[in-house]
Ligand binder design. Structure first.
Ligand code: F6P
Length: 554
């Protein structure tokens, strides 16, 4: 980047320029050198909160880098932006909404008003409603039409009505109750629902229709098909209310679908979908692990929120992660960010964080409605280690693009299988070490020669075995994966995204970009179904694709 983003705040522009000027200092050194020049680098570049330990020493940053990043945060008004969110300022200004998902996990009794009403009461009531329902289902008191207890819970939802609940349910496998099995259906591809229900018994299956808007095509289509499945398999139409509940802010549409009003768990406009697992959208979590574990999940997130709201910015985990990301994406030129949980139960954490991050900050218009002249939300990707080592770590180590990485590891595991956890851990630590240290041409050649390869052959092969190194990573440790640490971890990333949105002057809480696709799909569908035949309204490619679909399905 060769010029500071054009902002109206001189201090912000100056802070950006200082970071641009600082790039040369960092380009001329390596992470390994930074360790040599600071004997306490680990102590100086680590922090902990809410049961999480962050080692950010393997970054392309020194104390001056952090100071300049913090100056950018200060100039950008980050601290006030944080307070504005927690105190209910309508920061989602394009939708005129407050952003209060943090209230869902707060034990603070201070009244928090939305449209003059204290939402603390609504939140408590929703938790009580969840608690009562979970107790009935888990105890078998809630029965299906034939008098049997529920054994299978199918959550029908997509985006934030799916990804968050799924990752929490999967992460908390050791806490599952044994008489409930969770299933998730999200895709409008009929295979998703069909394969899910093919082995289920309608007598003992409960469907949760998860949709804040109750307008999402995929969810409503799956919900209708689930209802048809229930009836076609002998489900009692008069007792369907025992098998379908909903979580939504749209009571009218939910009751219009046929959900009993008493079985609609509330959601509110001041909770964004991708931030909603802490609300009744988390009902699948509570049904699978119990209400106490769900409350512990909330408690872990609240502990991270308190840290985020009170810790000095330089000791603040979400702030550190967010600012390092700004440094990499806006100054050093990274394009993506990879999340590498070394824990199989967290394998879908990257998928959830894709929505949290990319649907929040994948934008190019700033809060003032102007086109930005700087990079914003990075591409988020990743997967469980060690699997990724056999898929994309080649690129991480030798690709032309380097990617900042987050390694996430529980120090203890819930299973007791031999050396598995030590092996998983050694791989995790080795990967971040390899990214940092790499392997030089001299080292590569010496290894080949030492293994007996003739010098000339070693000269040919060695360049292919060079690992550039100097590739940054964070390592996030937790004692173990449990409801509190999972809550803290997800909340930490939510707040990291908030930090970056504040620095980039974005509204991180709307998602206008998803509307066009939905509109175009609505106009293509009747062409595919033969209800309309005039394809002049669509481009030649789409018209040809429609024709091919119709001929394949005639
Ligand atoms: O992707 C757009 C979006 O609105 C997400 O923000 C949301 O999580 C998802 O669709 C599902 O929305 P709903 O919960 O209203 O069905």
């Amino acid at each position: 980047m060769d010029s500071a983003p054009q902002t109206t705040i001189p201090e912000v522009t100056a802070a950006w320029q200082a970071l641009i000027d600082h790039q040369a200092d960092i380009d001329n050194t390596t992470i390994v050198d930074l360790f040599k020049s600071d004997s306490n680098r680990v102590g100086n570049f680590s922090a902990e909160a809410a049961g999480l330990y962050l080692d950010y020493s393997k970054n392309r940053a020194n104390t001056a880098t952090l100071q300049k990043l913090l100056a950018l945060a200060e100039a950008s008004g980050l601290q006030q932006a944080i307070e504005n969110m927690f105190t209910g300022v309508a920061i989602n200004h394009t939708e005129g909404r407050q952003v209060l998902h943090t209230a869902l996990r707060s034990t603070d009794a201070t009244p928090l008003l939305v449209e003059g009403k204290n939402i603390r009461e609504d939140i408590s009531a929703a938790l009580a409603m969840m608690e009562s329902f979970v107790s009935k289902v888990q105890s078998g008191q809630w029965q299906g039409y034939s008098g049997k207890a529920i054994t299978d819970v199918v959550s029908i939802g997509i985006g934030g009505s799916y990804l968050g609940p799924r990752v929490a349910v999967e992460a908390l496998r050791p806490y599952w109750v044994n008489n409930i099995r969770s299933h998730f259906v999200s895709n409008v591809d009929g295979a998703d629902l069909a394969y899910c229900v093919e082995s289920l018994n309608p007598e003992t299956t409960l469907f949760i229709i998860q949709s804040k808007s109750f307008k999402t095509q995929e969810t409503l289509t799956n919900a209708l098909s689930a209802k048809e499945w229930y009836l076609s398999k002998g489900g009692d139409a008069d007792k369907i209310a025992r098998h379908f509940v909903a979580v939504s802010s749209n009571i009218d549409l939910a009751t219009g679908f046929g959900i009993d009003a008493d079985n609609i768990f509330p959601m509110w406009d001041w909770v964004g979908g991708r931030y909603s697992l802490w609300s009744a959208i988390g009902l699948p979590i509570a049904l699978q692990v119990g209400m106490q574990a769900f409350r512990d999940l909330l408690a872990g997130a609240e502990e991270m929120d308190k840290h985020f709201r009170t810790a000095p910015l330089g000791e603040n985990l979400p702030v550190i992660l967010g600012l390092l990301g700004v440094w990499y994406h806006n100054i050093l030129g990274a394009h993506s960010h990879v999340i590498l949980p070394y824990d199989q139960s967290l394998e879908n954490l990257p998928a959830h964080l894709q929505q949290v991050d990319m649907e929040s900050n994948g934008k190019s218009i700033n809060r003032g409605g102007h086109q930005v002249d700087y990079g914003t939300g990075p591409i988020i990707w990743g997967g469980a280690g060690t699997n990724g080592q056999h898929a994309y770590h080649q690129l991480l180590h030798q690709g032309t693009r380097w990617t900042p990485a987050d390694f996430i590891l529980p120090l203890k595991t819930h299973h007791k299988l031999g050396d598995h956890h030590a092996m998983l851990t050694s791989n995790c630590f080795a990967q971040s070490q390899a990214l940092m240290c790499g392997k030089s041409l001299e080292q590569a050649k010496a290894e080949l020669v030492a293994a007996g390869m003739p010098e000339d052959k070693a000269d040919e092969l060695a360049p292919h075995k060079v690992i550039p190194g100097n590739r940054p990573s964070n390592t996030i440790l937790m004692d173990e994966v449990n409801p509190k640490t999972v809550g803290a971890l997800i909340a930490m990333y939510e707040q990291k995204v908030f930090v970056q949105g504040a620095i980039w002057d974005l509204n991180s809480f709307d998602q206008w970009g998803v509307e066009l696709g939905k509109q175009l799909s609505d106009s293509i569908l009747p062409l595919l179904k033969g209800e309309e035949s005039d394809t002049s309204s669509v481009d030649a490619s789409t018209a040809d694709l429609v024709t091919r679909f119709k001929s394949a399905n005639q």
